[in-house]
Design a protein around this ligand. Structure first.
Ligand code: NCD
Length: 317
C-alpha cells in the first residue's frame, strides 16, 4: 500500500485490500510471536474523546504486541479539548509525537476533520452514531473465521439500528459481498436510517424489517445483537422504555439454527442473558480476540510495514 492512507469508513478499502488485511490477521493469529518486533520504535496515539474499553485497549494491545509503544488519552476532560483546542490542532500536535493515531469522538465527522490535516494515518475508532470501521473489520474477520467466507448468508441485526454505528458500518461493508440477506429487528423508534435502506434498494440487496425477534430467529445464519445507545438519546424516558426491548435468552435461542452464530460488538447491557454465553453459538468474546488481530494487521498495513507479512509469504498491498 503506497502513500498516506486513513481509515474513516470500511468502504475506504477495496474488497481485495480487506482480504489482504484479513490474511495478515489470520497469519498473526497462527504465528503471534513472529510479529513481536515488527513495529519496534513506532508509536500509536489513542485519542479517545468518548468512553471505551475494548476498542482502545484492543488498539493499544495490538501496538504493544507488534513491539511498538502507545501514548494518548482516554477521556476528553484530560486533554486540551477541555481548554477549547480544535481536533485539527490536536492531531497536528499528536503527529509531532506519534506515527499513527486512532481517534474516537462523539461528533460525527471529527476523525475525518483530523485526517484532512494529518500527516500521519488516522483511524476512525467510532464517530458518534456514524461509522466504526475497525469494529466492522473485526466483524468481517469473525464471520470469515466462523463461516469460511463472506458470502451467502442471512444476517439479523437486532436492537438499536438507528444510533448503532457498528450496525451502519457493517451493513455498508456487507453490501459488497454476494448473496447476503438482511433482517432488521428493532422497535419502530430505532429502525435503520433511510440512507441505509436507500443504499440497499439501489444495489437491489434483499432486506426485511420486523419488530419480532422470535419470528426472525429461525431463518438466521448470524444474529448481530446490539445495545440501546443510551448516550445518543435525547431523553431518558425513551431510553428506559426501549432498553430491554430485546433480551436474547436460551428460550429464544432454542428457535435458532444449530449453526447460527451470535455476534455482539459489546459492551452488553441486558440484551443477551449471561447463560447464553455457554452456548457454542455465542461468538462475541471470540470476536473481541479477532478485533486485536485485525487491528494489528491494520496498523501494519497503514504504516506500510509489510516486512512482517512478506517474510511469511503474505503480500500486503
Ligand atoms: C461499540 C461502539 O462503541 O460503538 N462498541 C465497541 O466499540 N465495541 C458498540 C456500543 O458501544 O454499543
Amino acid at each position: 500500500m503506497n502513500g498516506l492512507r486513513h481509515l474513516m469508513s470500511p468502504m475506504d478499502f477495496s474488497v481485495e485490500e480487506l482480504d489482504a488485511i484479513f490474511d495478515v490477521a489470520f497469519d498473526i493469529e497462527a504465528h503471534l510471536h513472529d510479529y513481536k518486533g515488527a513495529l519496534d520504535t513506532r508509536i500509536l496515539a489513542t485519542c479517545f474523546y468518548e468512553p471505551s474499553t475494548r476498542t482502545r485497549l484492543s488498539f493499544e494491545t495490538a501496538m504493544l504486541r507488534l513491539g511498538g509503544r502507545v501514548i494518548g488519552f482516554a477521556d476528553a476532560s484530560s486533554s486540551s479539548a477541555a481548554k477549547g483546542e480544535s481536533v485539527a490542532d490536536t492531531i497536528r500536535t499528536i503527529a509531532c509525537f506519534a506515527d499513527i493515531c486512532a481517534m474516537r469522538h462523539p461528533k460525527e465527522g471529527a476523525p475525518m476533520v483530523a485526517s484532512e490535516v494529518s500527516p500521519i494515518p488516522v483511524i476512525n475508532a467510532g464517530d458518534g452514531g456514524h461509522h466504526h470501521p475497525t469494529q466492522t473489520l473485526t466483524d468481517l474477520l469473525t464471520i470469515r473465521a466462523l463461516k469460511g467466507s463472506l458470502s451467502s448468508f442471512t444476517i439479523g441485526l437486532c436492537g438499536d439500528l438507528k444510533f448503532g454505528r457498528t450496525v451502519h458500518s457493517l451493513i455498508h461493508a456487507l453490501t459488497r459481498y454476494d448473496n447476503i440477506r438482511f433482517v432488521f429487528i428493532s422497535p419502530a423508534e430505532l429502525v435503520v436510517p433511510d440512507y441505509i435502506t436507500e443504499l440497499l434498494d439501489e444495489k437491489n440487496i434483499p432486506y426485511e424489517a420486523t419488530r419480532r425477534l422470535d419470528d426472525a430467529i429461525p431463518d438466521l445464519d448470524f444474529l448481530y445483537m446490539t445495545r440501546v445507545q443510551r448516550e445518543r438519546f435525547f431523553n431518558e424516558e425513551d431510553y428506559i422504555r426501549l432498553k430491554d426491548y430485546y433480551i436474547l435468552d436460551r428460550k429464544k435461542l432454542s428457535r435458532a439454527k444449530s449453526d447460527m452464530y451470535i455476534l455482539h460488538p459489546l459492551p452488553r447491557v441486558n440484551e443477551i442473558a449471561v447463560d447464553v454465553d455457554e452456548d457454542p453459538r455465542a461468538a462475541y468474546f471470540r470476536q473481541v480476540q479477532y478485533g486485536m488481530y485485525v487491528r494489528m494487521a491494520l496498523i501494519l498495513t497503514l504504516l506500510g510495514e509489510t516486512k512482517a507479512g512478506i517474510n511469511r509469504g503474505l503480500l500486503i498491498r
